[in-house]
Every structure is written in C-alpha cells, then in structure tokens.
Design a protein around this ligand. Structure first.
Ligand SMILES: *Cc1c(COP(=O)(O)O)cnc(C)c1O
Length: 238
C-alpha cells in the first residue's frame, strides 16, 4: 500500500472509531434511562489497549477523555506524547500490576483499578506517599474483586473483600474510590455485578467499575458507575 492509501485507511479507521464511540455513548444513555438512572452517572472508559497512539488520537480529537490501558510498558510508550497534546486526558490501569512497577504506575495513571493484594497495597501506599510529598497528583484506587473466583484472574476473593478493603484503609492509609470486576466469560454477568454492588454497599463505596463491550447494559442495570468498553469502540483487537 502506498503512503496516501495508508493515510486514507488511517483516517477511515479513525472516523469509524468515533462513530462507534457515539453509538456506545447512546447505548449507555439508553441503558441508564431504562434503569431509571441519569446517563451522567456513568463514565465511559474507552479501552485502548493494543491500539497505537494514531488510533487513539481521533477519539481524543472527538472530545473523549477517559481511557483504559492494561500494561504499564505500553502506556509508558503511548501516553506521554498523547498527554502533551491532550493534558486533560485521564488514563486508568485496568490490567494486573506487579508491585515492582508501582512507582511507574503511580506516575502514569489517574486511576488504578486492579488493587487486589496486601503486597500491592503496601507498594502503592509507599509510592503514593512519595508522590504526594513531591507535590504530584496521585491515582484514585479501585479494589478488583474476583467475583467468579477464577484462578487465572486477578482480584481479591469475594469472601476476603471486606477485610482487604479495611486493611487498605486502616493499615495502609489508602483511600478506596470503588470496586472493579471482570465476570467469567461463560457466566451470565448479572449475578457477578450484583455481588460487586453488594460488597460496595457494605463497605460504603460509591463507585462500581463493571461492564465491557458485551455486557455494559446489564452492568448499568445493576448500578455500574463506570463501564470499560474497548472493542465496541476501537474494533476487534488484532
Ligand atoms: C480489555 C478489557 C476491557 C474491554 O474489553 P472489550 O471486550 O474490548 O470491551 C475491559 N476491562 C478489562 C479489565 C479489560 O482487560
């Protein structure tokens, strides 16, 4: 393909992403109204993992500002440049985080949605304190709950969530903004969303990050305040 054809293909892909973004926004608003909720109460995290900066720019240019990424390394490569052009963009970490990358993660992300074990809470508390002392902004934190208790998935077990949230708050001095879950691929998602909502209620947590491309409607029905949508906006990941 020659350079012009490549540029045209890029522009078309960007326009298609923006059109799908608008469709997802409309579907979120419909699901909110169907649930008797205000559409403004649901934040859309556009999940841009595996998509390069050129694919993200059209969505930023269209005015969207909140994005999700799964990998520290990938975010380090893509986002510093994008943030220069769009300083009010927000990036959330929604993938597993190794404790040794806590410093990078605190510097890179506006929210970390995958806090799920005491060693990570300790590492984040240390790096957040360091960033605060340096006058830097610090990320909001979400505890990930492994509602399906799947061994390959991150997240604290539902039965251990209350104690872990209490330890984050009391032992590590961390403010917790809310909860996040990824239901098992083969289960009906609603019982998992209901379980997450119940754990949040018990722990006086206002925010619920739940629902992806395939099930954000059900998540909104169950009280999601944040949905994380990737492929329905950017297209199937290669
Ligand atoms: C990839 C991913 C998403 C988005 O998934 P889609 O099915 O592409 O919408 C949401 N949440 C997490 C944690 C993810 O890893």
């Amino acid at each position: 393909m020659d350079a012009q054809t490549f540029t045209d293909a890029r522009a078309q892909a960007g326009a298609a992403s923006v059109e799908r973004l608008r469709q997802v926004e409309a579907a979120i608003a419909r699901a909110a109204r169907d649930a008797g909720r205000e559409p403004d109460g649901i934040e859309l995290v556009a999940v841009s993992k595996t998509y390069d900066a050129d694919s993200i720019v059209p969505v930023l240019a269209a005015g969207h500002r909140v994005f999700g990424e799964n990998y520290v390394q990938e975010t380090k490569g893509k986002w510093p440049g994008l943030r220069e052009a769009y300083p009010d963009a927000e990036v959330h970490l929604i993938g597993p985080l190794q404790s040794k990358k806590a410093r990078d993660a605190v510097a890179l992300f506006d929210a970390i949605q995958t806090l799920d074990r005491p060693s990570l809470a300790r590492a984040l508390a240390k790096e957040i304190a360091r960033a605060r002392d340096a006058g830097e902004r610090v990320p909001r934190l979400y505890v990930q709950v492994n509602t399906g208790e799947e061994p390959q998935k991150g997240g604290v077990a539902p039965g251990e969530a209350d104690a872990f949230i209490a330890a984050c708050r009391e032992e590590h001095g961390l403010a917790i903004a809310g909860l996040m879950c990824i239901p098992p691929a083969d289960d009906p998602p609603s019982p998992h969303f209901a379980l997450l909502a119940e754990i949040a209620r018990r722990n006086a947590l206002a925010e619920l990050s739940m629902g992806m491309s395939a099930d954000f409607g059900a998540a909104i029905q169950m009280g999601a305040t944040m949905v994380r949508v990737g492929s329905a906006i950017f297209g199937a990941r290669g």
